[in-house]
Design a binder for this molecule. Sequence first.
Ligand code: 3PG
Length: 211
Amino acid sequence: MAQDIQALRVEAKKARVIPVMVLDDLSVARPLAQALVEGGLNVLEVTLRTPNALKIMAEMANVKGAIVGSGTVRNFEHMQQSVDAGCQFMVSPGASITLLESAQDVAIPLLPGVASPSEAMTAAEMGYSFLKFFPAEAMGGADVLKSFASPFPDLAFCPTGGISPENAATYLGLSNVVCVGGSWVVPADLIEQKDFAAIEQLARQATLLGR
Ligand code: 3PG
């Protein structure tokens, strides 16, 4: 269970990879979540980018072992909807002051997105110590996060955006990286084909990255 940010951090560190999903077909929610959990990835992010996203989160939240979070959270309404859908955490692409303040009134933790030292400092000042680094590759990749480690020893990151099996291990090898997020374990074509066995296999491979 990820009732707070520390619990989420423990779970995310164990899983190492958080699948980031953009889904609209409700029928795939349960078998997809089951395949990911079976493959060893139990911390799941479903983005709020489609009409059925909240229903999909609710369906996935009922899958045994799944810790489901909402992604692309941009306002307080998204946060309330996430709680109502049974999410255990939230992820935002950025870290506006309004968003950071709003999340303090919500029962589940927020992983705010940052891309610069100033944004990291703003989030840290407001009590956030586990942050998403987004968009990771476009903002300079692992070298940037490596540079954050010395001035920000109290901050830990989940880089997301452009992460792949080729670069995940580099990120996971950094002292300030808890886990990585990415969509590569849930390719649109495999979801379309409902090839959940192949997705389970991708998940299994993801758990081995950097080990
Ligand atoms: C997103 O914005 O969808 C996530 O950051 C995932 O990015 P990716 O598709 O590059 O893994």
